[in-house]
Ligand binder design. Sequence first.
Ligand SMILES: *Cc1c(COP(=O)(O)O)cnc(C)c1O
Length: 425
Amino acid sequence: MAQDFTRAYAETRDASDSLAPYRGEFYLPQDGIYMDGNSLGLLSKRAERTLLESLSDWKELGIDGWMSGRHPWFNLSEQLAALNAPLVGARAEEVMVTGSTTVNLHQLVASFFKPEGKRTKILADTLTFPSDIYALKSQLELRGLDPSEHLVQVSSPDGRYLKEEDIIAAMTDEIALIVLPTVLYRSGQILDMARLAKAAHERDILIGFDACHSVGAIPHAFHDWGVDFAYWCNYKHLNGGPGSVGGLFVHERHFGTTPGLAGWFGSRKDKQFDMDHTMTPADDAGAFQIGTPHVLSLAPQLGALEMFNEVGMDAIREKSLALTTYMTALIDEVLAPYGFVIGSPRNETQRGAHLSLEHPEAARICKALKQHRVIPDFRAPNIIRLAPVALYNTFTDVYDVVMTLQTIMENKEYEAFENVREVVA
Ligand SMILES: *Cc1c(COP(=O)(O)O)cnc(C)c1O
């Protein structure tokens, strides 16, 4: 881009942004700038409406809300799965909105990890989200396998990025299952899922992905890439609300696999209320549900997901990249002299939807940002994550955040705070 570092330039970009009208759909913090949509997406008016409608159904209908509410609860998970499917490149039957990220990982590993003979190990990486590693270790322990031997974690040469070659080299004949992130939660690196899935299958290994940082942020083609399974949360880029119900994908070639953790909501819907003690699992991804859906944590997704389907992931990705590329240029120009390092891929094809800004004083710089009513997030020990979100952030937001950081550094405002993280960072 022609290097123009004026605020007027940012305003010009906003004026020609076709997604600009969506900003008005969200409740934005008053006189502040929200840059944390990768941790908790904001409430939209549509999500609020569908939540309140479900609440009224409960108020007015009691138990009948299951079948005759405005959004009948009995089929709500399936309805939301159909809205999630285009975002992950899946058939509607391959997706289910259920559980939470970590619970879905437990379910999928319980269902698809089948140690046999020499193949008894799970392959993951050293940069992934801790909850995933806790879940994998406990799944191994439940099978009587020692995690220190049976969990293999590919390491990163620089602490930021993973190399697909290293991951492929670790796909030995002792590996039964691979679990990797789609987008790394710190650096925002996108892994080449198609390449990894192909390499895994050539070696008879199953592969699943944690899509928390990619769903709603980048397009996917889980079905065509042949990914075996995936799971994600709907409260980050998808704006489903705090603790909103998660999502899972199971490739249709695995339909009929017995769920590792069975429960009555995994039944075929027409059989569920037979109350038979022999379960008849659904013949699609619905089989991996466990118990009664958390209706009030599903309901906001109806409104929230509508917007993603209206706009389409390609348009969201295009604006998201425009925002992060613009932010990268501004940071290079304005913040590099203060010792900031961009710890995210500069190459657009490898970059997710946030930028990771590294600085030794990151914890207290974040506190100073909050005092200026800019909401970032902090990841120990030295990362400020900034997520300009396509549906509700502007180029002017990006400009103002970078200039606020410059003010904080220039005046050493961060020195007024302690350089330690808060409880929820
Ligand atoms: C946010 C996040 C989780 C959170 O899991 P929950 O079960 O929803 O708490 C897991 N994995 C990754 C990569 C995440 O970013």
